[in-house]
Design a protein around this ligand. Structure first.
Ligand code: NAP
Length: 256
């Protein structure tokens, strides 16, 4: 559904695309932005697969949505493992059908993030989770989307991928890399009916902040975005009509 004619006035209204019965795979759905995204998509009637490593958190999400009357699928998977991402795409297809929307919300950071302390294993882990995982799952879902001539890839990057800050070289390199990944895919795949969007949040009050060298004080957290704010942005991006695309979107707290 892209546009609808008013019965009396004949005016064409732009209507958001319905997400009902769309198959949505959310990677990084056990907490924060990914979790809230899975919640909002489920409430829209989408058929959701929620994935991350912490199975207990995924089960909590599944039962809390079940109490609202929404059934979702869950799968424990490590995004930094290429074969786990291939298996996740396959499992989603066999349980729910062809994947319409991928949301990559997995991400992490480390307290020892300055160049003085950053070592090679930490660098590799950061790039693996924040960037390579996005590539692995994209590669696993793209061929079927290409064949069907439709699909939407939505990546959660960060304003740290747009503007230099103190989030660390590995984090910023991975997030800038994600912007590059998303924009490159968009240029190559738009002719195949595949849309690609990258959402860049500012400060969001989620568990990732526990990994900062110093957690933001309560007065700053009070002004931060909440994960459901970013989830609403993802929902908006997913609902624009197929003729429209949102290549890149920032969402920041009002104080910025
Ligand atoms: N919070 C902010 O201020 C902020 C700002 C800009 C951008 N972001 C980005 O938003 C995204 C979501 O983060 P969040 O703020 O919602 O923090 P969060 O609550 O810590 O969520 C991170 C998610 O990533 C998953 N994850 C981490 N490593 C994984 C792995 N190896 N395999 C699979 N899943 C993995 C976690 O699940 P498991 O641990 O269960 O695997 C969790 O579901 C991240 O990419 C982050 O960089 C956050």
């Amino acid at each position: 559904m892209g546009a609808r004619r008013h019965p009396l006035y004949g005016i064409v209204f732009l209507m958001p695309v319905t997400l009902k019965n769309q198959v949505v795979l959310v990677v990084g759905a056990s907490s924060g932005i990914g979790r809230e995204t899975a919640v909002l998509f489920a409430r829209e009637g989408a058929r959701v697969m929620a994935a991350a490593r912490r199975e207990n958190r995924l089960r909590d999400l599944q039962s809390s949505l079940a109490q609202e009357g929404f059934a979702i699928q869950i799968s424990s998977a490590d995004a930094s493992d290429v074969s786990a991402m291939e298996a996740l795409a396959q499992k989603t297809r066999s349980l729910l059908g062809e994947i319409d929307i991928l949301v990559y919300a997995a991400g992490t950071n480390i307290p020892d993030r300055t160049m003085k302390h950053l070592n090679a294993p930490h660098w590799d882990m950061m790039i693996d989770v924040n960037l390579n995982g996005a590539f692995y799952i994209t590669r696993a879902v793209l061929p079927a989307m290409r064949e069907r001539g439709s699909g939407h890839l939505i990546y959660i990057a960060s304003i740290s991928g747009q503007t230099p800050d103190v989030s660390g070289a590995a984090y910023q390199a991975s997030k800038r890399g994600m912007l590059g990944l998303a924009h490159a895919i968009r240029v190559e795949e738009k002719e195949n009916g595949i849309r690609t969007s990258v959402v860049c949040p500012g400060l969001v009050d989620t568990e990732i902040l526990e990994k900062r060298p110093v957690k933001p004080p309560p007065e700053m957290l009070a002004k931060a975005l909440r994960p459901e704010d970013v989830a609403e942005a993802v929902l908006f991006v997913a609902k624009v009509p197929p003729r429209a695309a949102v290549p890149e979107m920032a969402i920041v707290p009002t104080y910025i």
